[in-house]
Write a new protein. Structure first.
Length: 217
């Protein structure tokens, strides 16, 4: 089975969790694009969506799906998003698409967080995928030095990328994240860090792994 087919199957399985009248939180990325396409087939059943990125907002609107501001939506029943890595505790690395801050905000605002992934995203220990950190531009070098000293990981500026919030991304290479909750907490304390792409304090509630049939954890 191709990776894209696995993504599609995971995304379509997430539709099972949609209930009539929901406002659905929608993430960002290639797997979520399949979810948005599947959501369009039942758009008459949902009230609206809250989107984590300009990219997803555009795709939702192309399908005629209403997009609300989170401030007006309040607490969400459901948030569906992908991940770059997922460990056995359902802790995640996210941010490959540079939307990590808005994704984390929506995850925090949601009662249930469903993560949809293809099997390649499963890892025993997080860190093979470089950890994205969103940073205020003027603090980029400062934060990089602090991260190097704190973790021993190698920060690399994602040159040419500006987030929807106007910030930059540092990708931290060569990590083995055995305590993702502690690392998330410690990196968040560095002045200039906006958001860390570890979803550990608030991990996924359900992980759907694409396959025929999909596996639900």
């Amino acid at each position: 089975m191709s990776q894209n087919e696995a993504k599609r199957l995971a995304a379509e399985k997430a539709i099972d969790y949609i209930e009539d009248g929901m406002i659905v939180g929608v993430g960002t990325g290639s797997t979520v694009a399949y979810f948005i396409d599947a959501l369009a087939t039942i758009r008459h059943r949902i009230k609206a969506t809250v989107s984590s990125s300009d990219q997803s907002t555009a795709r939702l609107k192309q399908h005629g799906i209403e997009v609300m501001d989170l401030n007006h939506a309040g607490t969400l029943s459901l948030y569906v998003d992908g991940a770059d890595e997922c460990d056995p505790r359902k802790c995640l690395i996210k941010g490959g698409g540079a939307a990590l801050t808005r994704e984390k905000i929506i995850a925090e605002a949601s009662r249930q967080f469903i993560c949809i992934v293809d099997p390649a995203k499963q890892v025993p220990v997080l860190g093979r995928f470089p950890l994205p950190v969103e940073v205020i531009p003027m603090a980029r070098s400062l934060v990089a030095r602090e991260i190097l000293a704190m973790t021993g990981g190698q920060p690399v500026w994602r040159d040419g990328v500006t987030t929807d919030n106007g910030n930059v991304i540092l990708d931290i290479h060569n990590l083995s994240i055995t305590d993702p909750v502690a690392m998330e907490r410690e990196l968040n304390q560095i002045s200039g860090v906006v958001c860390v792409g570890l979803f550990a304090r608030r991990p996924a509630d359900v992980v759907i792994i694409g396959g025929d049939p999909p596996t639900v954890l």
